[in-house]
Ligand binder design. Sequence first.
Ligand SMILES: Nc1ncnc2c1ncn2[C@@H]1O[C@H](COP(=O)(O)OP(=O)(O)OP(=O)(O)O)[C@@H](O)[C@H]1O
Length: 270
Amino acid sequence: MLEMRDVCFHYGNGTPILEHMNVEIGAGEFIGLGGRNGCGKTTVTRLLMGLEKPVSGEIRYDGRIINEDDASRRSAFIGYVFQRPERQMFRPTVRDEVAYGPQQFGRQADEIEASVQAALEQTGLSDLADAYPPNLNRGEKQRVAIASAIAMHTQYLILDEPTSGQDSADKEELMQLLTKLNRQGLTVLIISHDMDIFAEYCHRVLVIGQHTKAFDGTPEELFTKRDDLYDLGLSRPDSVTLSLSVPGLPYCKSMKDFTAAMLQKLGGQK
Ligand SMILES: Nc1ncnc2c1ncn2[C@@H]1O[C@H](COP(=O)(O)OP(=O)(O)OP(=O)(O)O)[C@@H](O)[C@H]1O
């Protein structure tokens, strides 16, 4: 379990960013983190990663306070995919990049080789093992960052707006990969402004508003029960709006589900 307990944080200029923030992230969850631009989503993940320290409060990992553990120590259990993943790549090949983390932790060469091989296979990168990372497209770079986390056997993977600016095919491919890895036990925390992602893929959504947690629950609860979505910088996905507008239709988390539900309803009416 990764936790923020009563965390307050501001940057050097003193403007409050987070106040009394409490969050628990259990192993195996698939969580979306949302909220208005500038509300502090990236800051939350930087605090979890150890790239920033709380002004007060605690960051805990499996009950242990880790405020003083720096990011390199935390990389044993938290992997991160930056908004611009090229900023986290410095090695000449994809294979070297993925091997870098386990090497830093002093793992045996044959163990590293096996973890890198497995991570490249799981992320569909085996054919690109000798490629030069800067030459890859954004989706491939993201997969290199994900493979790096898998090779470290991290339990938590945090992604900062990974689908912004991507076409729907790339988005679907990434989300399917994350879903597969989550089913294998990886905990996923994804920052996004994409409501469809929250509805379709996340089991739980956390929203930050007014410097602290403003919502913590299922996407269905968020999109059907909250009447302050606009104030929170969110909106209702089309599939949810449409399913709510047709009497007798269940909550639909995606347009695919909505189409299937409509076809079933119309078929049943014949
Ligand atoms: N290094 C910094 N120094 C000072 N202020 C910062 C720094 N980094 C971020 N901020 C400010 O902290 C606030 C929260 O930023 P953060 O990037 O965490 O928000 P966000 O919710 O991730 O935003 P977005 O949705 O636009 O990515 C913003 O007002 C931002 O301008």
